[in-house]
Design a protein around this ligand. Structure first.
Ligand SMILES: *Cc1c(COP(=O)(O)O)cnc(C)c1O
Length: 422
């Protein structure tokens, strides 16, 4: 459920008409609902209420500081995957002891930054990384708390580009070698092993692969404890999927069902549980609002040409992802629909959001909203074609604020420097 609904024939974000925001901010822009973000966080927090836990928002899905502060104030920790994300989380007021650091390529500089600024744990993904972290922590005279990310060799049955838990994927260490690698970690100076980490992929629409992975983690916990390691924390990653199409009857499991499965599978171990949801918290909490520039008749089809493009929302081009695209003025019930190819202005055919999408009659100047655009939307945008990064706006009740302004052309152009010798 989200807070982007029609009221009296117009699309609202919570209590604000989307068209009013468009008039004030200009199009295209991203629009987030604070109530939806908080509600989704709360669903996870409630789902794990029976156990000691921390919900760490995977901020790579939506990293504006206003969103981080909103969730942080509600009690969320953060899962970061780069030094930039770490700095951003800290700037948003998240304390180091609520930040977990994931990712397969942490540099020494990033490790130093997190060890100096404060960190809850590093999720270590390889032996070389373990050696580097041990060396950096020793130099700083501190102890680095770690989990080791294991790759459980489970097929998450999701899109090829976002599956991460099969043995050929680049993530984690093979679970079959875990005992050996934990033995190495235990001997290294300045590291403190505190638990196990696993993350098998994104946009999972079934609990079964999670359960298989978590059962393997439960077994491993017992083996590692028998080997003398203190395993007190299990980081179970993110990945729960969201419905991208209204009326799709293949609904992903709910956070409550996910939480119940976690407690059933791992609750008996007495560990603190961490989860790292991203998409389920932010995905349906954001829309992309765009204006129709032209309606153009092609040889055998109609094109709807928008002012938003693949540089603003790359998911359709990159993953073949579906986004519902709805008019900001509600069409009359039962109106005849026409198929349109919905495209952006960027100079490549990949800049196509939808093919033959049935839409009600629409004209140049009308506004449309891409639903489910809150996750992996703004964060993956670029300035391709020298198109400015589009603004982000946050709504809470009847208030809204621009949380990232649209840069001017000068802002973009003045970042280039032309060498004197040219
Ligand atoms: C991307 C990622 C997540 C979040 O995945 P979602 O599908 O957005 O929930 C969590 N943990 C790690 C390590 C990730 O790489």
């Amino acid at each position: 459920m989200d807070h982007f609904l029609y009221r009296d024939g117009a699309l609202f974000a919570e209590d604000v008409p989307v068209a009013d925001i468009a008039a004030s901010v200009g199009t295209p822009f991203y629009l987030y609902s604070a109530a939806t973000l908080l509600r989704h966080f709360q669903l996870f927090d409630d789902a794990l209420a029976g156990v000691d836990h921390l919900v760490c928002f995977a901020m790579k899905s939506a990293s504006n500081q206003a969103i981080l502060k909103l969730l942080g104030d509600a009690g969320a920790g953060m899962d970061v995957v780069s030094g930039g994300e770490y700095a951003r989380a800290r700037a948003a007021g998240i304390s180091g002891n609520k930040i977990v650091f994931s990712g397969i390529g942490k540099t020494r500089a990033e490790m130093e930054m997190a060890l100096t600024g404060g960190i809850r744990q590093f999720n270590v993904e390889s032996e070389p990384e373990m050696l580097a972290l041990s060396a950096v922590a020793t130099d700083l005279g501190v102890v680095a708390p770690i989990t080791v990310r294991v790759n459980p060799d489970v097929d998450a049955k999701t899109h090829e580009k976002i599956a991460t838990g099969r043995k050929g994927d680049k993530f984690g260490i093979p679970i079959s070698r875990a005992r050996e690698i934990y033995a190495v970690a235990a001997k290294l100076p300045s590291l403190k092993v505190i638990g196990i980490d696993v993350h098998i992929g994104s946009q999972l629409t079934d609990l079964a692969p999670f359960k298989t992975a978590y059962e393997k983690v439960a077994d491993l916990t017992e083996h590692l404890r028998a080997d003398g390691h203190e395993i007190s924390r299990l980081d179970l990653g993110g990945g729960l999927g969201i419905p991208y199409a209204i009326g799709d009857n293949d609904r992903p499991p709910l956070p409550a069902q996910y939480g119940e499965m976690i407690i059933d599978t791992l609750g008996h171990l007495g560990c603190e549980i961490e989860i790292e949801p991203g998409r389920l918290i932010s995905g349906n909490a954001g829309i992309l609002v765009s204006q129709i520039i032209y309606i153009k008749s092609g040889e055998d089809r109609e094109f709807m040409i928008l002012d938003g493009a693949m540089n603003d929302l790359i998911r359709p081009a990159m993953y073949g992802a579906h986004h519902d695209i709805i008019p900001v003025i509600e069409p009359p019930a039962g109106v005849d629909k026409t198929p349109y190819d919905i495209v952006g202005p960027v100079c490549e055919s990949g800049d196509t959001f939808a093919k033959a999408r049935d839409m009600p009659p629409m004209n140049a100047g009308d506004l449309v909203a891409f639903r489910s655009a809150g996750a992996y939307g703004a964060v993956m945008s670029s300035e391709y074609n020298t198109r400015p990064l589009i603004p982000e706006v946050l709504v809470m009740g009847d208030q809204f604020a621009v949380i990232r302004p649209r840069p001017t052309y000068d802002d973009i152009i003045n970042r280039d420097t032309v060498p004197e010798w040219l």
